[in-house]
Design a protein around this ligand. Sequence first.
Ligand code: COA
Length: 198
Amino acid sequence: MKNKIVIIGAGGQGRVCADIARLMGYAEILFLDDSAANAAGKINDYPRYLQDADFFVAIGNGSVRRRLQTMLEENGASIATLIHPNATVAQDVLIGQGTAVMAGAVINPGASVGRGNIINTCASVDHDCRVGDYLHIAVGARICGTVCLEDDSWIGAGAVVIQNLSVCAGCMIGAGAVVVRSITEKGTYLGVPAKKAK
Ligand SMILES: CC(C)(COP(=O)(O)OP(=O)(O)OC[C@H]1O[C@@H](n2cnc3c(N)ncnc32)[C@H](O)[C@@H]1OP(=O)(O)O)[C@@H](O)C(=O)NCCC(=O)NCCS
């Protein structure tokens, strides 16, 4: 961990990530953003920080997050993993670079969480889950034990995925939905029990 971190994206997500970075002990935190007034520069200014800073992409849109993190990695950036000190992460959990675990989140033993994910405030990922890359598990969502979530999905606020299921890549699970069957077809799923939206 370096002393300085550059956060790409100065919006709400960026400010939450900056607060976690501060709590983790980063002494200098700056934003790069193409439109925000509180940014130190534009995203394309990133090369000037490659030597002495870690980087973190704090952008809600998963495909943009994937594109920017990949660009940074290909150019040799050191990508941070941000874990709030009040998140509960079991000792054996594997978490990939570029993932943020927000306050109150719980990740239980045997789980693995890939790269570039947002495990948002008070979300839980239970034992032995497999979470792919560039997902957003939104505030208060609950992923029960031994669930497999493939890449690029969004699990909405307060949604539940019950145990032993899988959700294929690229799904949007609406806020408050309860997934009770595995999802094998990309799409938007809403309601209790969750059904594919027309
Ligand atoms: C599912 C979702 C993406 C749909 O958004 P959208 O495409 O803009 O859809 P709309 O708001 O136009 O709603 C379309 C219809 O779906 C219904 N709907 C929307 N979200 C729903 C949800 N979560 N559960 C059940 N029904 C929902 C609307 O009531 C509307 O129904 P109607 O046509 O009978 O009036 C969105 O509502 C959602 O749940 N997003 C998750 C947000 C979230 O978790 N944020 C967390 C940030 S940390």
